[in-house]
Design a binder for this molecule. Structure first.
Ligand code: NFE
Ligand code: MG
Length: 574
């Protein structure tokens, strides 16, 4: 029997526009998978010819989520090119804004974007709140928002939505799917935390704004340092930082950690989340300066899932290629020489299975040609997974004691084998453990800042651009979805070329000229679906990377050309 083709477009509860197509055999096992970004944006092109000092503010518009990551990357790529060393206070401020972003991002991701892949909301309505309260103490000594009365109120609130026929934010879930593994009581605990997460993410956003000036697009970074001078010298602002940090920490410890622990234990034998990864290489960048000499996360990579050896990154070996991406130049180019000339070739008609299980002709991915706006980054010609899992695995292989401690502790508490790390489950746990590391150690940066301010109030080193000179520079660092790099060439005092190689690009990019798939595609192959009209397993897997396709593409047509047409049926808006 011929393979059947299933299309999921758009994947919802992510940032940006992502389409996944898979081919399944007669047993519903995925035999091939394709990841395509269907929307083109345009920041690498827009910054060409601009003043390098404006780049950070412009490129932060790549994304509405990790705005401050691109802002900082744009600023630091220019600082690197010009040879500017920024004052220590500025380094600490940038590290603290990054901490707030990681925490905000990961909490929003686990609850609001990924949570319903693990939690069956309808099942929670059947729970006994008293039993659920008791259950919550199994995973945590001091659980968050799981008192019987509070859980009962959550149930009533959601029941009202169901009775009114308006599921609102919970509409169109694959409720009742057999791969949901939590008990009604466990679902209720997580549902309560889902609703709390909406409040806590607001606290984390405020945390970012204390030193960032505003949110979601901060404005306190400049080439040479930071501008939040008054905030740094105002004890009440600094006290607010600490208070809000502690609020977020309480949620990570009382909700996020125990919920992931609970999910880890309950899903331990669900094959779709414990299937081993097929891209065995992991890369991470430096992240979160704790003091003048030490980062919480350190750059490096591992190969073939081998935790006994971490390698140093040679930045000359990073390339992007476009064999299957809608750009002119196919061959691998180093980002200093990267190109962004579009070459859109569209979709081809194929028979696919629709949501009712019927075979219908659909414009589909042409896997023999080009099929995505995302490029394919490679290191030494190999695909790599990036993100919190890569960050922890690299740290583990480097012998980072803080990282080893949280990873080993989690494996012990969950009773999961070390092999569980190299799975979807491991990826979701790693994001939480990265949050735990930041809430455990992040205040060291705060303390270092306070200490340094006693003898040094400098926040800015003026940059000098000699227009007769040519410069090149880059930022490479760890951001919430993985290793991010921005690469700039400056000529006549203006931006000559600009390229961003973004975490979601590493993970979501299409096949390369050698037939090597990136993590999204490769890791879906071999997975069995319970019901091809409700492909929850695919969504759970793809969500585990926290896709940001706005970031992954970051180029758009400035001439107003039509690049695609979109029809949205309100029925499918969930
Ligand atoms: Ni748009 Fe991003 C992060 C960057 S993309 S969210 O984190 O850079 O993967
Ligand atoms: Mg790019």
């Amino acid at each position: 029997m011929a393979n059947k083709r299933v299309v999921i477009d758009p994947i919802t509860r992510i940032e940006g526009h992502l389409r996944i197509e898979v081919e399944v055999d007669e047993n519903n096992v995925i035999k091939n998978a394709f990841s395509s970004s269907t929307l083109w944006r345009g920041l690498e092109v827009i910054v060409k010819g601009r003043d390098p000092r404006d780049v950070g503010l412009l490129v932060q518009r790549i994304c509405g989520v990790c705005t401050s990551s691109h802002y900082r990357a744009g600023v630091e790529a220019v600082e690197h090119a010009l040879g500017v060393t920024i004052p220590l206070n500025a380094r600490y401020v940038r590290s603290m804004i990054a901490q707030a972003l990681f925490l905000h991002d990961h909490i929003v991701h686990f609850y609001l974007l990924h949570g319903l892949d693990w939690v069956d909301v309808i099942s929670a309505l059947k729970a006994d709140p008293k039993k659920a309260e008791k259950e919550s103490f199994k995973y945590c000594k001091n659980p968050y928002a799981t008192g019987e009365a509070e859980l009962r109120a959550v149930q009533e609130k959601v029941q009202k939505m169901v009775d009114g026929g308006q599921l609102g934010i919970f509409a169109n879930g694959y409720w009742g799917n057999k791969t949901y593994k939590l008990t009604p009581e466990q679902n209720l605990i997580a549902l309560s935390h889902y609703l709390k997460a909406i409040e806590v993410q607001r606290d984390a956003a405020k945390l970012m704004a204390i030193l960032g000036g505003k949110q979601p697009h901060p404005q306190s970074l400049v080439v040479g340092g930071v501008t939040c001078v008054r905030d740094l010298l105002d004890p009440s602002r600094l006290a607010e930082w600490k208070t809000r940090f502690e609020q977020v920490k309480a949620f990570v410890e009382g909700a996020y950690y125990p919920d992931v622990l609970m999910a880890g234990m309950m899903f331990a034998s669900e094959p779709s989340v414990t299937q081993p990864v097929s891209v065995p290489n992991f890369m991470a960048g430096d992240g979160i300066a704790l003091n003048a000499d030490e980062n919480l996360f350190n750059a490096g990579y591992i190969l073939n899932q081998d935790l006994s050896k971490a390698f140093e990154i040679d930045e000359n070996l990073i390339m992007e290629e476009c064999t299957h991406s809608w750009y002119q130049e196919d061959k691998p180019l180093h980002p200093y020489d990267g190109q962004t000339e579009p070459n859109y070739t569209g979709f081809v008609p194929k028979m696919t299975i629709n949501g009712e299980g019927k075979s219908v002709e659909t414009p589909s991915i042409n896997e023999k040609g080009k099929y995505s706006w995302i490029k394919s980054p490679r290191y030494d010609s190999k695909p790599f997974e990036v993100g919190p899992l890569a960050c922890l695995l690299v740290g583990y292989a480097q012998g980072n004691e803080r990282i080893k401690k949280v990873v080993d502790e989690f494996l012990k508490l969950s009773n999961l084998p070390a092999s569980a790390l190299f799975t979807t489950l491991g990826r979701t746990a790693a994001r939480m453990l990265q949050s735990k590391l930041i809430t455990d150690y992040g205040l060291e940066t705060f303390d270092a800042l306070i200490q340094n301010l006693k003898t040094d109030e400098s926040t800015y080193t003026a940059p000098v651009i000699d227009e007769s000179k040519e410069y090149k520079g880059r930022y490479i660092g760890e951001v919430p979805r993985g290793i991010l790099s921005h690469w700039i060439r400056i000529k006549n005092g203006k931006v000559e070329n600009y390229q961003c190689v973004v975490p979601s690009t590493w993970n979501a990019g299409p096949e390369d000229a050698n037939g090597h798939k990136g993590p999204y595609e490769a890791n879906l192959i071999g997975m069995k679906l319970q019901d091809i009209t409700k492909p929850l397993e695919i969504i759970r897997n793809i969500h585990s990377y926290d896709p940001c396709i706005a970031c992954a593409v970051h180029v758009m047509d400035t001439k107003g050309n039509k690049l695609g047409e979109y029809k949205i049926d309100p029925k499918y808006l969930g």
